[in-house]
Ligand binder design. Structure first.
Ligand code: GUN
Length: 283
């Protein structure tokens, strides 16, 4: 029997309805959650992501500002912009779209964001809080994956979760959230020997590598929960994940599609973090 699909679009719409109610309660205190999205340069993929984030804010009633700096902007200019929003009470969330042009130091830029406005969860305070088990803000993509697992009541305690990919944005925080939920976690990276040996042991397999269709059916344990974080555009324009959907769907117990899986959840969790920041600000 083919895998049960985990529909991120549907779950997102349910979560967005809950957010609208939370936004109304914040409004009762005279506040409106506000998010600034800062884009430096005009990378085509980043421009699409940023546009979608702004559109999502409008969809639920979050005030949003799009701050677009030229690719030639200096570090000082960018840090000044961030400082202005750190001081701006109408803004509770600050997001700097990554990657940044090569002349800018992403670590320094992220550290300049006030920790209480770090809705991406990338600031060292957020990372430290996550690792020590008291998250301030959970990074949006792994947070969305956890919500998908929760919505389908996937048991995590004692389960073996294998995360393929060890990025700061997805792989590492994903592993940490799964560990805190009681899973036994293996993290694989591009140097892992005999990757299939590890992936075949996964009760929960998270693919976050950025290589089209690299997880094939022979790498998946029958009945496993397979979460595809990859969004890859093929030369013909088609969007595919890191998981070979058409073969894996006959082996996995649960599977996320691309598009319509993790992608919509990532943006919804950004909205969630922004509302959470606003709730804290008016508490
Ligand atoms: N680039 C790719 N994913 C992300 C993300 O979640 N946040 C930011 N700021 N940049 C990204």
């Amino acid at each position: 029997m083919p895998a049960t699909l985990i529909d991120g679009k549907l779950l997102s719409s349910v979560l967005r309805d809950e957010l609208r109610e939370r936004i109304e309660r914040v409004a009762d205190h005279g506040y409106k959650p506000g998010l600034v999205v800062i884009l430096v340069g005009a990378d085509p993929a980043s421009s699409v992501y940023v546009k979608n984030k702004i559109k999502a804010c409008e969809d639920v009633g979050i005030y949003s500002v799009f701050e677009h700096l030229p690719a030639t902007a200096s570090e000082e200019e960018l840090l000044d912009v961030i400082q202005a929003y750190n001081d701006d009470d109408s803004i509770q969330g600050i997001l700097v779209q990554l990657p940044l042009p090569a002349h800018l130091d992403a670590h320094k830029v992220i550290e300049a964001i006030a920790a209480e406005k770090d809705v991406d969860g990338f600031h060292l305070s957020s990372v430290g809080a996550l690792v020590t088990g008291k998250p301030l803000f959970r990074p949006c993509t792994p947070y969305g994956v956890m919500k998908m697992l929760e919505a389908h009541e996937i048991p995590l305690r004692g389960a073996h979760a294998v995360v393929v990919g060890a990025s700061n944005i997805v792989g590492k925080p994903m592993a940490m959230l799964l560990l805190q939920a009681g899973a036994t976690v293996t993290i694989c990276n591009s140097k892992t020997k005999d990757l299939a040996h590890h992936t075949k042991q996964a009760d929960i397999l998270i693919a976050a590598v950025g290589k089209p269709n690299m997880i094939t059916s022979s790498m998946v344990k029958p009945g496993a929960v397979v979460i595809d974080v990859g969004i890859n555009r093929l030369p013909d324009g088609k969007l595919v994940g890191d998981v070979d959907f058409n073969s894996v769907k006959y082996v996995a117990g649960y599977l996320t599609p691309v598009p319509g899986g993790v992608g919509p959840m990532t943006i919804t969790m950004l909205l969630t973090n922004t509302v959470e920041a606003a709730e804290r600000a008016c508490a």
